[in-house]
Design a protein around this ligand. Structure first.
Ligand SMILES: Cc1cc2nc3c(=O)[nH]c(=O)nc-3n(C[C@H](O)[C@H](O)[C@H](O)COP(=O)(O)OP(=O)(O)OC[C@H]3O[C@@H](n4cnc5c(N)ncnc54)[C@H](O)[C@@H]3O)c2cc1C
Length: 379
């Protein structure tokens, strides 16, 4: 089989890049996915945060663009994305230590975000209480970003894939890429699969397979990137008392991200991790981390009453990078990689994908990807 563009990975970034390539009339496109679409970080229960607030400043130009694109994405793709612009807040209770910013940094953070085009306000306690009446007594201020929101990750990924399919993209599910074969000049010539099929690369190859990228990069002259696999934890709860948490809510010094789903279920994340289960080769939750995540919630919203854990999941792999920003760029003359999202790659997808597609067509990484270049790891 020969395709002009081959994409490994059927998560949001692979499906979205395929859609944008196809929409630009770029020729034949195949997406190779080892399981089913949205099987890893881009799938699962609940919603993902579309968050600019407190994001690494190097990601802000792309995130500003993404904030503009999210509200109309469903219309463009012709399917629901579950996007809601809730607004997002990071609560601050003191002059926190250990790398957190605390009250002293609130104005500076808001100023920097505003300067980078992310509207940001500093809220005092009284203002916060008008939207989040249940906050604890220690909360003194909040950094509020009105453009933040949430979206359905599985639905959005499927919407990108369906839109791509309508434009002629071929999706190969249950197909595992096991090796990239190179030619004498170091360019990728073909992708071999676990069932010994050969996908010949007509023009360009994109590795959008997140935690699966490094094993394949080992075949290329540049070798592996300084990335590792993480198992982000999501916890789903019902509270006895109705949660009045309409904003995407995080905390400056507690590992916590809260969103209340349409059915009233409270979804928690915020940096807690699961661990690899060697028996299954997948992530599994850790009781102490579920308890820790819930403690962060109840310290911040003490009046929720009895909480019932209805689900907890740490099975979805994600990739972290040493500097906690993504890696997007060329690793061989015709091989681009987009990985290393470090737990926050979802929200960027609508801005990243068209630029990845354009980069593949131009055979040169878009200038917006300069901070994320794989070259930053070499002298
Ligand atoms: C619990 C959790 C909460 C998160 N919360 C947020 C959030 O609130 N906001 C935010 O912005 N981000 C969030 N993220 C991160 C975000 O979901 C990811 O950064 C993003 O979905 C990555 O998309 P992707 O397409 O690059 O990777 P993935 O969705 O992981 O897709 C990669 C695909 O490649 C496939 N694959 C791997 N190896 C191979 C191979 N050899 N051959 C073929 N296919 C292969 C996999 O099966 C997978 O389907 C969260 C992640 C998790 C897990």
């Amino acid at each position: 089989m020969k395709y002009d563009y081959i994409i490994i990975g059927g998560g949001v970034h692979g499906c979205a890049a395929a859609y944008h390539l196809a929409a630009s009339g770029a020729g034949s496109i195949a997406v190779i996915e080892t399981a089913t679409l949205a099987a890893e970080a881009s799938g699962g229960r609940g919603k993902r945060g579309v968050r600019a607030n407190r994001r690494d400043l190097r990601e802000m130009p792309l995130m500003r663009e993404a904030c503009e694109l999210w509200p109309t994405l469903a219309d463009e793709l012709g399917a629901d994305t579950g996007y809601v612009r809730t607004g997002g807040i990071c609560l601050v209770s003191g002059n926190a230590a250990n790398g957190h910013n605390g009250l002293a940094a609130v104005e500076a953070t808001a100023g920097a975000q505003n300067a980078l085009g992310i509207p940001t306000e500093v809220w005092d306690r009284d203002r916060i209480l008008t939207r989040l009446p249940g906050i604890d007594t220690t909360t003194k201020a909040g950094i509020y970003a009105p453009l933040d929101g949430v979206a359905s990750h599985g639905a959005t990924t499927q919407a990108y894939a369906e839109a791509g399919r309508r434009l002629g993209v071929d999706f190969f599910e249950n197909t595992t890429a096991v090796k990239i074969e190179t030619n004498a000049s170091g360019a990728a010539a073909s992708v071999l699969t676990a069932t010994e099929d050969v996908f010949t690369i007509g023009k360009q190859l994109l590795l959008a397979n997140n935690a699966g990228a490094n094993p394949l990069l080992a075949d290329l002259p540049g070798g592996e990137l300084p990335l590792w696999t993480i198992y982000p934890q999501a916890v789903f709860l019902r509270s006895r008392n109705r949660p009045e948490i309409p904003l995407l809510t995080a905390h400056d010094s507690r590992p916590l991200s809260v969103k209340v789903l349409d059915d009233g279920v409270i979804m928690l994340s915020g940096g807690w991790r699961g661990t690899l289960d060697p028996a299954t080769g997948r992530g599994r939750t850790r009781e102490e981390n579920i308890a820790g995540n819930i403690r962060s919630l109840t310290e911040t919203f003490p009046g929720l009453g009895e909480l019932e854990v209805i689900d907890a999941d740490a099975s979805r792999t994600e990739t972290a990078s040493v500097d906690l920003i993504p890696t997007i760029g060329y690793v061989a003359p015709n091989v681009m990689v987009a990985t290393g999202w470090s737990g926050h790659g979802w929200a960027l997808a609508p801005a990243v994908a068209p630029r990845v597609a354009e980069s593949l067509r131009a055979r040169r990484a878009d200038s917006a990807f300069a901070p994320f270049s794989p070259d930053r790891f070499t002298l």
